[in-house]
Structure formats: C-alpha cells, structure tokens
Design a protein around this ligand. Sequence first.
Ligand SMILES: O=C(O)c1cc(=O)[nH]c(=O)n1[C@@H]1O[C@H](COP(=O)(O)O)[C@@H](O)[C@H]1O
Length: 281
Amino acid sequence: MTSYEPFGARLRRAMDERGPLCVGIDPHASLLAEWGLNDDVAGLERFSRTVVEAVADRVAVMKPQSAFFERFGSRGVAVLEKVVQEARAAGTLVVMDAKRGDIGSTMAGYAEAYLHKDAPLFSDALTVSPYLGYGSLSPAVVLARESGAGLFVLALTSNPEGPEVQHAVRGDGRTVGATMLAHLAAENAGEEPLGSFGAVVGATVGDLSSYDLAINGPLLAPGVGAQGATPADLPKVFGPALGNVVPNVSRGVLRQGPDVGALRASAERFAEEIRAAVGGA
Ligand SMILES: O=C(O)c1cc(=O)[nH]c(=O)n1[C@@H]1O[C@H](COP(=O)(O)O)[C@@H](O)[C@H]1O
C-alpha cells in the first residue's frame, strides 16, 4: 500500500511557510448579488474560481462550504470538484466543510466520498460531526490515515446554539465538548510534528480555560470577521494552544470581491493581524 505524508505534517509545514490563515469559500446568494453575479451555476463558478485565483497560492488552507454548492444540485457539485482540484493544484490545503456524521456503516460511504485518494472530491481534510457518538466516525479516521488526510471534529462550535449540547455535563463530570477533545488527543498521541485529527473550536466561544485544548492536533477556529471575533481575540481564547490554531475567515474576506487584488489585500490584512496576534506561539 502506498503511504502518504500525513495531513498534520503537511499542515504544520504550510502554516510555517504561509501562516495559519484559512480562507473560506462560501458562495452565499447574498455575496453573489454583491459581486454582481447571478444566483446560478455560472455565478457560483465565477465566484469560487475568483477566490481560488486570489489566494490559493498564498494561504495555508482554504475551506469550501459544500452547502452553497450542493444547493445547485449535481452541477454545483461539479463546480465544487473543480474548485477543490484547482485550489490544491495552486498549493493550498483544502478542508471540505461538509460536516458529515452518520452511523458507522454510512459514515464509511461519506469517508469514501471525500477521503479516498481517487474520489472526485478528495480533500486534504473534512469537517465531521461526532454527535452520533465519536466512535461512529471511525471509518473516516481509518480512511484518513490511509490517505494522508485529516478530520476536523466539531467540538465547541461558534454558533450560540452549540452549548446546549457541547457544554452538557456527562455522568463522569466531563462536558460533551471536553470528551470530544479527549478522543482527539488520544487519536493524535505520539504524532509529530502535529496529529491529523483536529477540532473545530469557534473563535467566538469566549473563555476556554476549563478546556484542555492540548490535543496535539490543529484547532480550526471559525468566527473571525463576520461573526464578530477578531485576530486580537485569539490569544485570550486559545491560550497555550495558540500555535495550533487555524483561524477561518469567510465573509470577512469575500465581501471585498469581486476584485482579485482587493480579495488578496483583505486576506493579507487578516494574515498580518493573525501573525501579530499569534506572535511567537
Ligand atoms: O466547521 C466550520 O467551519 C464551522 C464551525 C463552526 O463552529 N462555525 C462556523 O462558522 N463554521 C463555518 O465557518 C464558516 C464561517 O463563515 P464566516 O462567518 O462568513 O466567516 C462557515 O462556512 C461556517 O459553516
């Protein structure tokens, strides 16, 4: 069996070389309108490929939001395939944001769709939901290991509704979110320089001092920009785990389009502010 360099090692190198910023590709209908594009497949394709052209050769990670492609049916998914391939070819790592999660046997199907090396939508990593039980993700963990891919498991999400599930306290006194972080720490044990199994922890969630974020894996942090968090908030939220944080900005950058130069300048501004906030972490 061919062995591939693990996602965690590839991500660490990309973060060292390019900084940790992840730019989201979220073709909201409202953004297509702001860009003067039609809310159709041609508009979707123009929007997404423009974002790739603007930043895929300079940011560590890009994260296409599958929902906004799926809403156009098979032709939207065909655009997503092209976007993933073009972004990867330009040197960025692609995290497919599809937030998949199902009973284990079905999860194997989702894993094949995104994490099998020959899949048309093969991505460097996939966002997944562990709320059918962390163990239900096991087929995705196994295939990711085989393919040198990674996962980002929803742990403490950026939305205000998340705490009713994620902060719930289990019989052993741990919260559900902390339990997911502990599973990831076990998954990544002994991996160098960084494990491939990350957590999603919103930059908006406030004080995390009661959570152990030392999972030896990346922490995808959405919420910077449109949801109100700023790069300057990151040290306060992530503390000693700051060096493993991959902050995601979608609308905060995308609203500056359709001009490629303006998109690029916006991403560079965020990257600079993040660099200043993360400092020597
Ligand atoms: O998994 C995610 O990326 C994610 C998790 C989370 O807790 N919160 C969150 O906003 N996201 C995604 O991150 C992106 C945030 O977009 P902006 O708010 O426009 O920057 C969207 O694609 C969300 O679906």
